[in-house]
Design a protein around this ligand. Structure first.
Ligand code: HEM
Ligand code: HEM
Length: 174
């Protein structure tokens, strides 16, 4: 096998799209809370995007187990680094939505959603230093940093090494 399976490729690029969406929605939500004007819909939309991403990653890991991955490139050190980065990305892609769900459950957001009452939502600094809320925001930042590293590595392969690695993550079959 020289390329990732088609369903792995689709899941990879869908992950990128959903991550950008969930990140943007989360950031806007946090700004709204800081200004005490967050809405129930804002929470529902962000949580839906985040849970969709969690389900996508679960499916992606299932596909990975069934379809396998293309062979290592042969550069022992870089293969180990890539392996480490890919596993870190999967771990973070699971931990970020899980901490998001816990933030909802451990704060007044869950009660506000159940009651359908936006006045019960946290106001500015309303999460009162809730550890899992801080963890959610911090893990998102770590995830973005690792994604940047991953994209830089892909660009290096494409434009410096010119080894066609990107083709492994493309729908067009060689
Ligand atoms: C990979 C998926 C997700 C990403 C990328 C993401 C991203 C973010 C970001 C960037 C923030 C703002 C953090 C800050 O500035 O402190 C945030 C806040 C939050 N997220 Fe997520 N999130 C994800 C999944 C989820 C899920 C699944 C839930 C709940 C079901 C959730 C619930 C929350 C809550 C409650 C907040 C706090 C909002 C506030 O401060 O008012 N997130 N998220
Ligand atoms: C422009 C953005 C991106 C580019 C150009 C890109 C490119 C690639 C390429 C070429 C591979 C195959 C590497 C190999 O065969 O060794 C790959 C794998 C991977 N990418 Fe990306 N990627 C991007 C964005 C992302 C994002 C946003 C995530 C997740 C947050 C991600 C997660 C992964 C993971 C986990 C793998 C390993 C797949 C596996 O072995 O199961 N990528 N990426």
């Amino acid at each position: 096998m020289k390329q990732y399976s088609k369903r792995m490729v689709i899941a990879h690029w869908l992950t990128l799209g959903l991550l950008v969406l969930a990140w943007y929605l989360g950031d806007s939500l946090s700004d709204s809370t800081d200004e005490s004007r967050a809405t129930l819909l804002g929470y529902v939309v962000h949580a839906t995007a985040g849970i969709a991403l969690l389900l996508l990653i679960a499916m992606r890991l299932f596909f990975r187990g069934k379809d396998g991955t293309p062979p290592a490139t042969g550069n022992a050190v870089m293969d180990r680094v890539a392996h480490g980065v890919h596993h870190t990305l999967y771990l973070l892609l699971l931990l970020v939505p899980i901490t998001g769900i816990l933030t909802v459950l451990r704060s007044s957001v869950a009660k506000a959603l159940l009651a359908g009452d936006a006045s019960m939502l946290p106001k500015a600094h309303g999460f009162h230093g809730l550890l899992v809320h801080k963890l959610h925001g911090t893990l998102v930042n770590v995830l973005i940093a690792v994604v940047v590293l991953h994209v830089l590595a892909a660009l290096k392969h494409q434009f410096i090494d010119k080894d066609g690695l990107l083709e492994r993550m493309m729908l067009r079959r060689k």
